[in-house]
Ligand binder design. Structure first.
Ligand SMILES: Cc1cc2nc3c(=O)[nH]c(=O)nc-3n(C[C@H](O)[C@H](O)[C@H](O)COP(=O)(O)O)c2cc1C
Length: 374
């Protein structure tokens, strides 16, 4: 097999950073505090070793699966990331369309500048919608919009009662209304600056969305939001509901008792709480605490096909990818996104073939070496 169609994530990341001003590459890459949680995501993931089985007729390997009622070409979902339209012109639409073409779901973030109904007009498959609890009226409005846009899954992010401390964003004076420091950095990236000035200025000046993203960047989140509010949301939202940002078995079990359909085991890509464990370290205890029917997704550091298959072996139905598609978006837009998704799908097939598994269903915990402490 040739490696011609395969892309290394390091290559994508380098290409992205040649295009982006520093405040954006730092915004994407950065983590909370001293970035230890961010590092743990990769270190713990790297430590998971999988035992291959051989001589098993690997003639019909397929990565297709179903996640929360959605048919997926591979067990991968594009994670919600805010401010995608700063990274590239029409960033949300470009990402969502590429995810559509790749046959996987895209999650639109509350912190995006693109209204749900506008995104919906540009894609065949409705996106999932990620909700940050802000003031109740706004939350209700967003839930209604998600219903009207046919979003099949609502993803409530629960690990943000306040914003994490991100030193890199502080150093760059990063905010939605550009600071002088940000403007100075853009001068070193003329290509980014010109597309930004042409395309995004008008979008960014929409008063409502600007306010919403400003509030999120300044962390005006609803700190009073609790399990009762979550139960009320469950009553209001008739379709699949997922909690994102769960790291404790007790919280996962409680979510299951109130009829939540799934959780994303996640430390928010290491961006919130630096003392938090990696999702990998706590995944197994969470898996044991929830009923078999609950969908478990996981994220934090996924870069390769091996990583996706490691998550399946732990017992996840699928993974979310955050930084990987953002690097592809910044590096070359639609074309590079298509190449990245194709490369990831190929890598997953190669990993499954080497492991001796014909479908994601066949990848289970028996493949994990006993020296994994998680
Ligand atoms: C630039 C950036 C913005 C993000 N914005 C959001 C967001 O608006 N809502 C949310 O729930 N998670 C957000 N996240 C977290 C991702 O959804 C996801 O949990 C994380 O990126 C996964 O780790 P990975 O980037 O290593 O794949 C963001 C992550 C990044 C990198």
């Amino acid at each position: 097999m040739t490696n011609a169609a395969l892309l290394r994530w390091q290559q994508l990341r380098r290409a992205a950073y040649r295009r982006l001003p520093l405040f954006l590459s730092d915004y994407i890459d950065g983590g909370a505090g001293d970035e230890l949680a961010l590092q743990r995501n990769r270190l713990d993931l790297d430590a998971i070793k999988l035992r291959p089985r051989v001589l098993r007729q690997m003639t019909d390997v397929s990565s297709t699966t179903e996640i929360l009622g959605c048919e997926c070409s591979m067990p991968v979902v594009v994670a919600p990331t805010g401010l995608n339209t700063l990274i590239a012109r029409n960033g949300d639409v470009t990402l969502a369309q590429a995810a559509n073409r790749a046959g996987i779901p895209f999650i639109l973030s509350t912190a995006s500048f693109t209204p749900i109904r506008e995104l919906r007009a540009h894609v065949d498959l409705p996106p999932w919608f990620q909700l940050y609890a802000q003031n109740p009226a706004l939350t209700e409005h967003l839930v209604r919009q998600a219903l009207l846009a046919d979003c099949p899954v609502l993803v409530l992010t629960v690990d943000t009662p306040t914003g994490g401390i991100r030193w890199r964003d502080g150093r760059n004076n990063f905010r939605v209304r550009p600071s002088r420091q940000m403007m100075a950095q853009t001068l070193f990236r003329p290509r980014w600056l010109s597309q930004y000035l042409i395309g995004e200025l008008s979008e960014r000046l929409r008063p409502k969305r600007q306010q919403l993203s400003d509030d999120l960047l300044e962390r005006k989140l609803d700190r009073s939001f609790d399990w009762d509010d979550c139960a009320r949301l469950r009553d209001k939202w008739p379709r699949r509901l997922v909690l994102k940002g769960i790291l404790s078995a007790e919280d996962a079990a409680r979510a299951a008792t109130m009829g939540v359909d799934g959780v994303v085991v996640s430390n928010h890509g290491g961006r919130q709480f630096d003392a938090a464990p990696s999702s990998w370290r706590v995944f197994s205890e969470i898996k044991q605490a929830v009923p078999a029917g609950m969908t478990l997704l996981v994220d934090g550091g996924i870069r390769t096909g091996d990583d996706v298959v490691r998550a399946l072996a732990l017992g996840a139905k699928g993974v979310l990818i955050g930084r990987l598609p953002l690097w592809a978006l910044a590096a070359g837009g639609s074309k590079t996104l298509d190449a990245m998704f194709l490369s990831l799908a190929k890598q997953i097939i190669i990993t499954m073939t080497l492991l001796g598994c014909q479908s994601p269903r066949e990848v289970d915990s028996s493949r994990i070496l006993e020296d994994w402490p998680g």
